[in-house]
Structures are given as C-alpha cells and as structure tokens.
Design a protein around this ligand. Structure first.
Ligand SMILES: *Cc1c(COP(=O)(O)O)cnc(C)c1O
Length: 386
C-alpha cells in the first residue's frame, strides 16, 4: 500500500462525541454532519461509528452523499442540508432522505411527487435568520409551514436555522448570534400560533453547542468538534478554550480524529550551496541530509504550507524545505539525526508533539475544516479504534 495514508481514529471520534454529550442535555438529539466525505475522514465508516456513539441523525450535503450511506446499509434518519434539484426528488423519496425545504415551488413539487408515489415523507423547514444562504425569511415561516402541512405527501418533522458567527467571542458577533436566535424564536412562535407543531427544533452548530446552551432546543448539529477541532481560526480557539475554562472549570479537550502519515523514501547528503525543488527557493547553508517524502499538494499538502511546515519523525520536528511538489516534498534533517529510510513521518494528527490540522490551517490562514476536507481521495483511509 502507498506510504501516504490517513489513519482515522474512530476511538477519538467516539471520545469527542462523549465530550459533546456532556455539554448537551440527554434529551437533546445529536445530528452528526458527515457531509463532504465526513469532512474528509470517510463518510460511511464515520457514520457507522457516530451511530454507535449515539448519533440520532446524520447530515449530508447532497442527495448522492445520502444514497452512498443508504447503499452501505445505514438506516438512521439522514438530513440533506443543501437544496436538491427537482430531478433528484424521486431519489430523495426512494432512499428516504430528509430534505430541508423552504420555497413554495420545491415544496409543491416534492409534495406532489411523494403523493403520486403513495408516500408521506418528512421534511424540515429551513429558516434564514441571518446566514443569507438557504431558507425562507423568518417572517414567512408560518406561511411556508402551512403550505407544507397542506401537502398530503409531506410531513413537517422539524424546523431549523444556521448561525453565521456562533464560533466567535467578538462583541458584534455575539450580538449577531443573539439576533439570529431571536429571529428563529419569532419564526417558531408564528408557526405555533397557527396550531402547527414545528417538530424537532434545531440550530446549534459546533460554536453554538459550546457557547450558547440556550440554542440546543431538541437537537444539535456539531460537525468540526466531532472531528476534534474548534471551529474558528487558531486565535479564536484560544479564546474559546479560555472562556470554557472559566465557565465550565476546564477547557474541553478534543482529540483530532485524522492522522496523516507517510514514510521517508530516501535520504541523501547534499552539499552547502545545493538547492532543493522547483524554483530553487531553498539553498543549503551547510552540508545536510535531505529526506524525500511521497506526499504533495495533490494529496492535500497545500503548496503554501512551505516554508513554515514542520513534520514529525521519531518524535522530533523537521522543516519541509523548498517548494512542495504535486506528489512529493523534501525535509531537512541536518546532520545530527537518527532518521532512517522507511521511518514513519507524521504530517499532522493527534499525537502530543506533532502538528495538528489547526496548526496547518494557521499557516494557510484558513480553518481546520479546509485541511481535513483537502486530503485527497488517493490517500487511503485506514480506520482504527472501533
Ligand atoms: C456543516 C453544517 C453544520 C456543522 O457545522 P460545524 O461548524 O462543523 O459544527 C451544521 N449545520 C449545517 C446546516 C451545516 O451546513
């Protein structure tokens, strides 16, 4: 098998879900997003591990992601978070995928198709309270809820919204989350006033699970914290950890689930003045040993990680030098090292001394989501721990 692999520690996934459970009341259902191949971790195996660890619902980004889970035998409720196209409607019904709905045309078409197929399918009404992505205005919630309940083929199983700034402790962002929360409650009340049961009420993503217990309602949808990371950029994470430490007496320790490893495939001594890789961006200042690793930007090791990235070999960190290539990169070992050919190299993961995806995200000024989602398909996922 290829040296470059992503080890998926399902025991850490279970651990993170247990930690989350301590934050939300036992009555609150857990919906675990496994969209985008479970944030890059492998949808089917993660979904099964999440169900075993107590997930009540799964969430996917598209109908095809939902079908993949159904075809592997998963029977739990599956929410599809993005709006499907009309031609996907029969698949939604056949595979029992629960869509989020919010516009009249789609609701009527879905309802009529379901009725023709002699089915009554559950839908969740999506409210836009300030994310500006999907959903009807919270002012129109009651009208749309009435339309759903008027369709024989549909059953209003839940109502939801999504926060834009729940992972931030900036004053403006806190005010915005509170406004979204108020708008959502307005929508719920307007539906109840029409004597319609809104069903399962849910809105909390990772940020809201950690910082806004009042938003937990009947179900929460934590994604990134299940995979072992705080939602925002590194600086904000420190603030979140401190905040939780003050509020809860301890920061919640999360364990990264993905560990990307490879092997040293060659070591060679180069001389002072020799350059490494495309563009000759790095030149040896003295004689040194260079290790070549079979991992590159096509695997998700983004080019801009060089020159800051360090990798771990036998518990020690070594810098990646020169440009990261499509399939390979080079590491400066110096001359005083005990690294041997075929030694294991950790690119990122849960180990004490190794970088994690948040460290890589920091270098790229992005969020850990993009790092784990970016690990390419050609990197085999090896599942351990459950
Ligand atoms: C992705 C997603 C989530 C999970 O978000 P995290 O920030 O990973 O917790 C929850 N709800 C919706 C609608 C999403 O798209």
């Amino acid at each position: 098998m290829r040296a470059t692999q992503a080890h998926i520690h399902l025991d850490n996934l279970r651990y993170n879900i247990e930690v989350i459970r301590k934050f939300v009341s036992p009555k609150v259902k857990l919906c675990i997003p496994v969209k985008a191949n479970a944030y890059g971790h492998g949808a089917t195996r993660v979904a099964i591990a999440a169900i075993k660890s107590g997930a009540d619902f799964l969430a996917v980004a598209s109908v095809s992601e939902g079908i993949e889970l159904r075809e592997s035998g998963i029977v739990s409720p599956i929410l599809s978070l993005s709006l499907p196209t009309p031609d996907e409607i029969p698949s939604i019904i056949v595979h029992s995928i629960t869509p989020l709905v919010f516009d009249k045309d789609f609701i009527i078409e879905l309802g009529q198709t379901a009725e023709k197929m002699h089915r009554t399918i559950p839908v969740h009404l999506k409210i836009d309270t300030g994310m500006g992505r999907l959903g009807c205005s919270y002012r129109d919630a009651a009208e749309i809820a009435k339309l759903i309940t008027s369709q024989k083929g549909l059953f209003l199983e839940g109502i939801c919204t999504h926060f834009a700034t729940s992972d931030s402790l900036e004053e403006d962002d806190i005010a915005y989350t509170k406004q979204q929360f108020t708008n959502f409650k307005t929508a719920i009340e307007s539906i109840k006033k029409c004597k319609i049961d809104p069903g399962i009420i849910h809105c909390a993503n990772s940020g809201a699970v950690l910082l806004y217990p009042e938003t937990h309602f009947d179900m929460v949808r934590p994604g990134i914290i299940v995979y072992g990371y705080y939602p925002d950029a590194a600086s904000e994470n420190e603030r979140i950890q401190k905040h939780l430490e003050e509020k809860k007496g301890c920061p919640i320790p999360l364990k990264p689930v993905m560990e990307v490893v490879t092997q040293v495939v060659s070591i060679k001594r180069i001389s002072k003045g020799d350059s490494i890789s495309y563009g000759r961006t790095w030149t040896a200042e003295e004689d040194t040993d260079i290790a070549t690793l079979p991992v590159g930007y096509a695997d998700g090791l983004f080019r801009h990680l060089s020159p800051e990235l360090k990798v771990m070999i036998k518990g020690k960190l070594y810098p990646v030098v020169g440009r990261i290539c499509m399939d390979q990169c080079m590491v400066n070992l110096g001359t005083n090292h005990d690294v041997q050919r075929w030694d294991t190299v950790t690119i990122f993961g849960p180990q004490e001394n190794s970088p994690d995806a948040a460290d890589l995200a920091k270098i790229l000024q992005t969020i850990p989501y993009e790092i784990t989602c970016g690990i390419n398909k050609r990197v085999p996922r090896i599942f351990t721990g459950l």
